[in-house]
Each structure stands twice: as structure tokens, then as C-alpha cells.
Write a protein that binds this ligand. Structure first.
Ligand code: TRP
Length: 454
């Protein structure tokens, strides 16, 4: 244990888990997915996925990790008795760690850029929509900016991961998450009281059932897995630093609860303001960068709120990137017996290389921004393939593995060791055996089919 590190306390673990979950997924992606996919109905489907798939899979991941005290590859290897297929699924988790880390850090770099802009007073006065758009596109078409900031995030994450699980991750989460939460509440209050916000509130709160579509359901599922950090072994790896004394279902419930809360709040910050400013909801990944500046300009002391907010979002993003990078690093340390230093250097360098074209896909390179033949940017491809599709695959196999290979009974025995109670153990087993894997596979196949069927 001593070389692998461990969480120092129950609260420390919940905060680290919540730190992993809470990040750009909630603050940047959730509002723009909601905007792109029809508003309240998307939120509704997202919540269903969080409760019926996300929460059970989170319990499964934490338990698998805690039981074996291993990274995903080591865990699958051991519990499957060395089966190739399962080791391959562990390998998919590790690959996902590289790829998600690489594109996620691009957006985290944008946040630093916006922190700098806010601090230098760029958003002190109310700007027109055109001005806000042009600030964003000037910023992202500058290759040195975007690549440099991406590097900065990769470097800082590498540094925290190098220092080890306990010293680095827990500390960051402990003090800053509550402050972030407070700022979100203040900004949400300002946003919903802006003139013209009502239409945005309606969009966000009254489900329009005519907007139900296969793609929307897939996006909601991807978002639920992504924002709860599931499907690529983050929670397996974090579980491996967890002691037997802890109550896994209770900790997972807290993490899920905090994450959902932050998602919902972020929606209340962004969507009413979109309506108030007469912008369009469906702006894709650019959305928060075009909306937040106007909220800061409209709030008394907006300068300080703006600076504070971006600082906290950078930190929230870092506690997430750390949990992503930790997966491949734990693999090289445990399975390949590399030093922590070498592992971090290796993974971070590759992720920086893969992330560079993603960073250039917001205007700096025309080719990467509009890939010929498809209407997608290189970034969109990375974030959809590795931030959604591969997570569904991962979560599917993790559910199947827990339910049918390792076995619900063994999992429950482990969860209930040292006197912990798991009153909903039966329901959990049912969800994991029947609901989670089959829902994932149906949604997944339906979408692939609908893409190819046009
Ligand atoms: N959940 C984080 C966020 O919402 C991102 C993240 C961290 C993640 N670890 C993960 C996403 C593992 C998928 C898998 O910002």
C-alpha cells in the first residue's frame, strides 16, 4: 500500500472523487449539450442516466478498484484470470486516459486564456454579441496561444500527478470546491434575473417532448458517463486508493449528488443568459465563452467574480485532468514497473502531441477546423469518439464484468465488509445485470445505425 498511496480520510476521498467528477464536464459541456439538444428534455434524460446507469456503474468501478487495489488493466487481469479480452478492455481504459486528457486540456487551456482576458479588464463593459464572438475567434485562431496554454495545463497536471495521489489531489479539492459552488450560485442568481432571461428558463425547465431523438438520448448518456468520470477506469483507480472501512455506495452517492448539482447550477448560469442576450442556444463548444463575459459585465463587482470564477474553473479542471492522467500513469507504474516520473513524462508528452491538433481545430488551422468531407472539426471527433462513444463501450464492459464475470454476490460481500450496510444491494445488482448494459448497447447500436442509415 505504502508505495501506491491512499486517501487520508473518508472526506478526503469524497472530495477527490467529486473533484474528479466536477470539472469542465459540468461547467462547459453540460450547458452546451443542453443547448444543442433541446433544453429541459435533455436534462431529464441525463438525470435518468445518472441515476440508473451512472450511479450503479460508479459503485461497480470503485468496488473493483478497491477489491484488487489495482489500475484497470491489473484489475481485469486479476479478476478474469488473465483473459485477453478483459485485459484488452483495461487497455481501452488506458488509451482513453491518453486521449481524453489530450483534448480536455485544450478547453482547460482556453479557460486560462479567459482568466487572463478577464483579469486584464476585457470584459469590464457590456459588449455586443459580435464583439464577444470576435474576441473568441481571435483568441482561438492564434496557434501560439492555444498550443501554449494546452501545454501549460498538461504540464501542471503532470506535476500534480507526479507528486502523488494524496499530496496533490486531495488538497486542491478540499478548499476550493465549496468556493466554486458559492460563486456558481451567485452567478446563477444574476443570470436568471437578467432582463429577458425568462425564455431561457423555460427552455431549461419545461421539457419539450417533441425534441426526443436517438442522438439526444446518446448525448445524454455520454454526458452522464463523462461528467461522473465513468467508463475509463478513473473510479477504478481512485477506488484502489480507498480503504475497506469506507462505505462505497454512500461515497458514490455523494459524488453523484455533487456532480449533478454543479451541472444543474451551470445550466442556470448559462442558459437564461443566452436568452437574455439574444444568442443562440446551439453554439457547440464555444457557448460558455460567449456567454460568461456578458454575465460578468452585468454584475456589480463583476471583475472580481469573473477572475474568481475562472481561477476556480481552472482548478476544477485540474482536479479532473489529474484523475484522467492518473489512470495511464498507474498502469505504467503498476504493470510496467516504470518510475512515477518516467510514466508521467511519457504519458503527458504523448497527450500533448495528440492534443495539439485538437487545440488548432478552433480556427488556427482551417483544415483541422473543418475537416474536408465532414462537417466536423478534429476536436469534435476527439471529444465525441473518446468523450462519449468509448466511455459507453467501457461502461458496458465494466457492468458486464461486474455482473457476470466477477459476480454481484462477491461485489456485495466486499461492499459490506467491515460492517458497512448496502440496503439497496439487490436493486443495484439488478440495474447492473439487466438495465445498464442493455440500455447502453441499445442506445449505442441505434445511434451507429442511424448515422449510417443517414
Ligand atoms: N468528469 C470530469 C468532468 O466532468 C472529466 C473526467 C475526469 C472524466 N475523469 C474522467 C471523464 C474519466 C470520463 C472518464 O469534467
Amino acid at each position: 500500500m505504502s508505495t501506491r498511496g491512499a486517501w487520508s480520510s473518508k472526506l478526503g476521498f469524497i472530495l477527490a472523487g467529486a473533484g474528479s467528477a466536477i470539472g469542465l464536464g459540468a461547467i462547459w459541456r453540460f450547458p452546451y449539450y443542453t443547448g444543442d439538444n433541446g433544453g429541459a428534455i435533455f436534462v431529464f434524460v441525463f438525470l435518468i442516466f445518472c441515476f440508473f446507469i451512472g450511479y450503479p456503474v460508479m459503485i461497480a468501478e470503485l468496488t473493483l478498484g478497491r477489491f484488487t487495489q489495482k489500475n484497470p488493466v491489473g484489475m481485469f487481469n486479476r479478476l478474469s484470470g488473465g483473459k485477453k479480452l478483459w485485459k484488452g478492455i483495461g487497455g481501452l481504459c488506458v488509451v482513453n486516459g491518453f486521449t481524453i486528457f489530450s483534448w480536455y486540456s485544450v478547453i482547460a487551456g482556453f479557460i486560462i486564456g479567459y482568466l487572463y482576458k478577464t483579469a486584464s479588464g476585457a470584459f469590464n463593459t457590456q459588449l455586443t454579441n459580435e464583439a464577444v464572438d470576435s474576441i473568441f475567434s481571435t483568441f482561438t485562431s492564434n496557434a501560439v496561444n492555444v498550443v501554449g496554454l494546452h501545454f501549460l495545463i498538461v504540464f501542471c497536471t503532470g506535476f500534480v500527478v507526479y507528486r502523488g495521489v494524496k499530496g496533490g489531489i486531495e488538497m486542491l479539492s478540499k478548499w476550493l470546491m465549496p468556493v466554486l459552488f458559492f460563486l456558481l450560485v451567485v452567478l446563477a442568481i444574476r443570470s436568471v434575473t437578467l432582463e429577458g432571461a425568462g425564455e431561457g428558463l423555460r427552455f431549461y425547465m419545461y421539457p419539450d417532448f417533441s425534441k426526443v431523438s436517438g442522438i439526444m438520448v446518446l448525448k445524454a448518456m455520454g454526458q452522464a458517463l463523462f461528467s461522473l468520470s465513468l467508463g475509463m477506469g478513473t473510479m477504478i483507480t481512485y477506488g484502489s486508493y480507498l480503504s475497506k472501512k469506507e462505505n462505497v455506495p454512500a461515497s458514490a452517492a455523494w459524488i453523484t449528488f455533487f456532480e449533478i448539482l454543479v451541472c444543474i447550477l451551470a445550466g442556470f448560469v448559462i442558459l437564461p443568459a443566452v436568452a437574455a442576450m439574444g444568442q443562440s442556444y446551439a453554439q457547440g463548444p464555444d457557448l460558455i465563452f460567449k456567454v460568461l463575459p456578458s454575465i460578468f459585465a452585468a454584475i456589480p463587482g463583476g471583475y472580481f467574480f469573473g477572475v474568481g470564477f475562472f481561477i476556480l474553473v481552472v482548478i476544477a479542471a485540474l482536479t479532473s485532468t489529474v484523475s484522467i492522467l492518473e489512470v495511464p500513469v498507474a498502469y505504467f507504474v503498476d504493470e510496467r514497473k516504470w518510475s512515477r516520473r518516467k510514466s508521467v513524462l511519457f504519458v503527458a508528452s504523448i497527450a500533448w502531441l495528440i492534443g495539439t491538433p485538437a487545440a488548432l481545430a478552433f480556427g488556427a488551422s482551417d483544415f483541422l477546423t473543418n475537416l474536408p468531407g465532414i462537417e466536423w472539426s478534429f476536436f469534435d471527433i476527439m471529444s465525441t469518439v473518446f468523450g462519449e462513444a468509448s466511455l459507453s463501450v467501457g461502461a458496458f464492459f465494466i457492468a458486464i464484468f461486474t455482473a457476470y464475470i466477477w459476480g454481484i454476490r462477491k461485489a456485495i460481500t466486499d461492499i459490506e465488509s467491515e460492517g458497512n450496510k448496502f440496503p439497496i444491494g439487490k436493486i443495484w445488482g439488478f440495474l447492473l445485470k439487466y438495465i445498464a448494459p442493455f440500455t447502453i448497447i441499445i442506445v449505442f447500436i441505434y445511434t451507429v445505425w442511424s448515422i449510417f442509415a443517414g
